[in-house]
Design a protein around this ligand. Structure first.
Ligand code: GLC
Length: 720
């Protein structure tokens, strides 16, 4: 329908019908066939049929037949034939599940993320969905928070590239013409990742400068990529809950960033303005949320119960209601729903799309690229003739899809044991321990089974029940029973390779000395087991690098690479007292941002540049030679960091400004170059202006954030 007709349609709607467009409830309220609907928040409140029948969108339900039926029934009752919108969380895949986003981040390959998100969109739309609640662009620094798994990590620039790639992959070029794409929704606006103490839903208190410098870039990247929706966060921003925050939503998001799309609250967040202590009741919560610019109230009864009255009593201007409804109608129109409310969904299309072999193939490739080799004392890859004992609670465990795989199929997911025994038919297996509980019989059996092996592959980790929303932990170690198992197995004196399946950085300090290799596999998705076996036997070579630091201890949190120097930075190697340090552990994390090994090994030359001075109109070229010193091909992620050592405000010790992923044949050398230009040196000053200052900058090029002076250059931005 032509865009102008939306206004016409709006003018024909009653206030009640308009309010209906601004509410969203979970699929489980829709029909008896939907009692298998995943629940993503508290649902214990009374919703009557009238509310459901007038509500304009549905949350968290999918399946061609189901959604066609619901849409049909709905339209039969809709006076103006306005179709329903179906929204859900399609985060790392729909039925074909890819690694969790923290793993996707470790690929450092935004184009790959775009490709897999297009596959997710294809599957999700075949099952009738119109909107996905992705990308999650929250910057994360606290692995106690269960939701770090949904983020791509601790770097604003990298998060921005992934957010942009996700939007492009999900939305494609033209939503109206191409029903294999769906609308993306960037979340959680804003700074949800900064919850104090890593406790979910907790207070966020960041300065305006920190907000703009660290948290906003990734949301902005999604906006610039044309994302259709924005979801508000549960937390406060400058002491006002985001969902009722006019300065944040109307001020920053709409006026400053120019966002014209739809704003949806997070699950129940309008109602939560009451316990937050900024609204007395549902009426005041509704008023504050609409005034702030929240168009759709997801999963609370505030708008349904009070917006109509607020408008009729003229306590809220009807123009506010109209503009919100207009945005909902525009989204429906952009999706082509007025022409085809089913967007071409059919059971036939769904059947031929879901879990297609090419999707699975991609899932395997992505899982290979997302795994990070943290340690390897020359034991990996395993040679084919080796006798392997596979031990551990994650060895025969199909909990590999991650917490957001709500439409994935765990029962059909192969375990590491299934796939490893195809490669090693003589493999023995023993569980050794439950994931979180000790079991003496299992422990003894495992020791016995490992006795005759050449190498022990120990599959450890943390299940989906310990990660994701509402699953913060006060300690991020592996369970004591798994540590005990690793220690006992290591006493056998055989090489021990750990495959780690988890969804947050884990404190590996206690485990690390006892094992010879550690492969971080994350929750790797539907094809994760095949991918991990390929890596273990060297059919694939690890190339992933961490995008979130692995702390040495829970007490070291937050620890992140782009930190500040402080007035008393600890000199390298020093243990003196009056410096910024812990007296019981080093300052550095166990494994830093940007770190990850390969079966190849790479040597970096000294960095060089084509000059050391440049002005605002010029660029400088910096380059380095990287050599593969091994006889296997490998991929390396060459990273560019910049430090601004003297500025108007204190600046991070380094910031990622670029990277290149290269493939090097055995003994091959490649020159990797980067262009440095003035915009890369800009930052928010104390008055919040965003610009650069002339002066000296340090440039580092390395295979990790852990840079040394060898690959450091000094350059100068001149006044002219
Ligand atoms: C939540 C989450 C959000 C999700 C929404 C809908 O509680 O915070 O990320 O998109 O529910 O499922």
């Amino acid at each position: 329908m032509e865009r102008q007709k939306v206004k016409q349609l709006l003018s024909e709607m009653t206030i009640e019908e308009k309010v209906g467009q601004l509410t969203q409830f979970a699929g489980l309220f829709y029909s008896t066939q939907t009692n298998d609907v995943p629940v993503t928040g508290p649902v214990d409140f009374p919703v009557n049929d009238e509310i459901i029948e007038t509500s304009g969108s549905v949350l968290g339900i999918a399946g061609a037949k189901k959604l066609i039926d619901i849409q049909k029934t709905y339209l039969e009752k809709s006076r103006l034939n306005i179709p329903l919108l179906f929204m859900a969380d399609v985060i790392n895949g729909f039925e074909t599940i890819f690694p969790i986003p923290l793993g996707l981040g470790a690929t450092w390959e935004p184009s790959l993320i775009e490709e897999l998100q297009a596959v997710s969109a294809k599957e999700a739309t075949s099952a009738g969905l119109h909107v996905s609640f992705a990308p999650m662009a929250d910057l994360v620094r606290d692995p106690r928070w269960g939701r770090v798994m949904e983020s791509t990590g601790e770097d604003p620039y990298l998060n921005g590239l992934f957010a942009e790639a996700t939007v492009r992959g999900l939305q494609g070029e033209d939503l109206t013409q191409n029903s294999e794409h769906l609308a993306a929704c960037v979340k959680h606006f804003a700074a949800y990742g900064a919850a104090e103490g890593g406790r979910d839903y907790n207070t966020v208190d960041v300065s305006e400068r920190e907000l703009r410098e660290m948290h906003m870039p990734a949301y902005k990247a999604a906006l610039e990529a044309g994302v259709k929706l924005v979801m508000t966060a549960f937390n406060t921003v400058h002491s006002v809950p985001a969902t009722g925050n006019q300065a944040l939503l109307r001020g920053m998001l709409r006026e400053e960033y120019g966002f014209e799309g739809l704003v949806i609250s997070d699950f129940g967040a309008v109602q939560e303005l009451i316990p937050h202590g900024v609204a007395e009741d549902e009426t005041e919560a509704s008023k504050k949320a609409l005034l702030a610019g929240v168009d759709i109230d997801m999963m609370s009864l505030c708008y349904s119960h009070s917006l109509t009255q607020l408008i009729k009593e003229k306590k809220l201007d009807e123009s506010l209601l109209n503009e919100a409804v207009e945005r909902v109608l525009h989204l429906k129109n952009d999706l082509g729903l007025f022409e085809d409310p089913y967007r071409g969904t059919s059971e036939k299309r769904e059947k031929s799309t879901l879990g297609h072999a090419s999707h699975k193939e991609l899932a395997r490739t992505v899982a290979e690229k997302s795994s990070v080799l943290l340690k390897n004392n020359d034991i990996l890859p395993l040679t084919k003739e080796t006798t392997i004992a596979l031990v551990g609670p994650y060895a025969d465990n199909n909990d590999l899809l991650g917490e957001w795989s709500i439409f994935g199929n765990m029962d059909e997911t192969a375990t590491l044991k299934d796939k490893l025994q195809e490669a090693f038919p003589t493999l023995t297996f023993a569980k050794g321990s439950d994931l979180y509980e000790r079991n003496q019989d299992l422990l003894e059996e495992a020791i016995h089974s490992a006795t005759h092996a050449d190498v022990v592959v120990l599959a450890l980790g943390e299940g989906r029940d310990r990660s994701g929303e509402g699953r913060s932990r006060s300690s991020i170690t592996l369970s004591p029973s798994q540590i005990e198992l690793a220690k006992k197995i290591s006493e056998l004196g055989k090489p021990v390779v750990v495959t780690l399946f988890n969804a947050r950085p884990i404190d590996l300090t206690e485990l690390e000395p006892y094992v010879d290799a550690i492969l971080e596999c994350w929750h790797p998705g539907s094809e994760g087991a095949s991918a991990i076996v390929n890596l273990l036997i060297g059919d694939a070579n690890p190339s992933g690098k961490l995008t979130m630091s692995f702390p040495r201890a829970t007490g070291q949190i937050p620890v992140y690479y782009n930190a500040y120097n402080t007035g008393r930075p600890l000199p390298a190697g020093s243990e003196e007292r009056f410096f910024s340090r812990y007296i019981d552990i080093p300052n550095e994390p166990l494994y830093p941002f940007g770190y990850g090994l390969s079966y190849a090994s790479f040597e970096y030359s000294e960095a060089r540049s084509n000059g050391d001075k440049f002005d605002r109109k010029q660029t400088l070229q910096v380059e380095i030679d990287v050599t593969n010193t091994c006889n296997v091909e490998g991929e390396e992620i060459v990273q560019l960091y910049i430090q601004d050592p003297v500025a108007e405000v204190t600046r991070p010790v380094k910031e990622l400004k670029g990277f290149k992923k290269i493939t090097l044949a055995p003994n091959e050398t490649k020159t990797v170059s980067f262009e440095i230009s003035e915009p890369m040196l800009r930052y928010h000053h104390s008055d919040l202006s965003y610009s650069s200052d002339p002066g000296t900058f340090y440039v580092f090029i390395n295979g990790s954030s852990n840079c040394t002076d060898t690959n450091k250059l000094t350059i100068t931005l001149t006044e002219a």
